[in-house]
Design a protein. Structure first.
Length: 255
């Protein structure tokens, strides 16, 4: 689906987003250059093992971070919350009322917020280089991979909503490397209280069983109002309100 021509954050927001990507690109290039130099100095075996270990760990870390951010943005604050309201709370809330809206955003607009999140970490670790030891080189490689995974999170999320995603997306989804539509569909079923991780979705089933990043929503979730609630927080508030009204009605009935 073609993205919309209107940039939803306005011209100033678009400029900020483009600058963030430019700074990230330069920082990542320097980080990768220094990380590769560190890997070469460690020798062939270690130089191969570190990236092989870093890739799955970085995907897990990105999945965890996406779940935490998604959980907080869905259930706390609103679009008027200072610093994070318009950038994070608002897009997540709008996504529940219009799940396909994310598919109409271009790459920069869809992924700028995650770029801004990762930018300080990438700059910090880049400034720590050059890397000479095992652990400093591992840190550089891990941060490089995790920053890319975090930035691509909303793109993976977008692909999970597309009816016909790019060929590479279909392959990665089929192999279970990135978020699949079936995995993410669970989050979009009322009362929207679980499956918040949207990078790979690997942690969703485990967290659901353990009650991690899960909102306790009591009562009947089939109610029409609940089905039209935007988030788990709104669903919970509606249910508790109805339970309170029912309790007051029963309490006022004559014996």
């Amino acid at each position: 689906m073609a993205h919309t021509t209107e940039y939803t954050r306005g011209t100033s927001g678009q400029i900020v987003d483009i600058i963030a990507f430019m700074v990230f690109g330069v920082s990542l290039a320097v980080l990768l250059y220094r990380a590769i130099d560190g890997l070469i100095n460690l020798g062939l075996t270690t130089g191969i093992l570190i990236p092989l270990v870093s890739v799955p760990l970085s995907l897990l870390a990105a999945d965890l971070l996406s779940g935490i951010v998604h959980y907080l943005a869905d259930n706390y604050g609103d679009e008027n919350t200072p610093l994070v309201g318009k950038r994070f709370c608002k897009p997540f809330r709008e996504h529940h009322t219009n799940p396909k809206g994310i598919t109409e955003r271009g790459f920069i607009e869809a992924n700028a917020n995650t770029c801004i999140i990762t930018l300080p970490l990438v700059i910090l670790v880049t400034l720590l280089g050059p890397y000479e030891g095992l652990w400093s080189t591992f840190l550089a490689v891990f941060v490089a991979f995790v920053s890319v995974a975090v930035i691509m999170t909303n793109e993976f999320h977008k692909w999970a909503h597309l009816e016909n995603p790019p060929a590479i997306a279909k392959i990665l989804q089929r192999w279970g490397i990135i978020l699949t539509p079936d995995n993410h569909d669970v989050h979009h079923v009322a009362p929207y209280d679980t499956y918040y991780c949207v990078t790979t979705g690997w942690l969703n089933a485990l967290f659901d069983r353990l009650g991690i990043l899960k909102v306790e929503v009591p009562g009947d979730h089939r109610d029409a109002e609940i089905l039209h609630a935007a988030t788990a927080r709104e669903a919970r508030e509606l249910i508790l309100k109805k339970m309170k009204e029912q309790s007051q009605t029963q309490g006022s009935e004559p014996l």
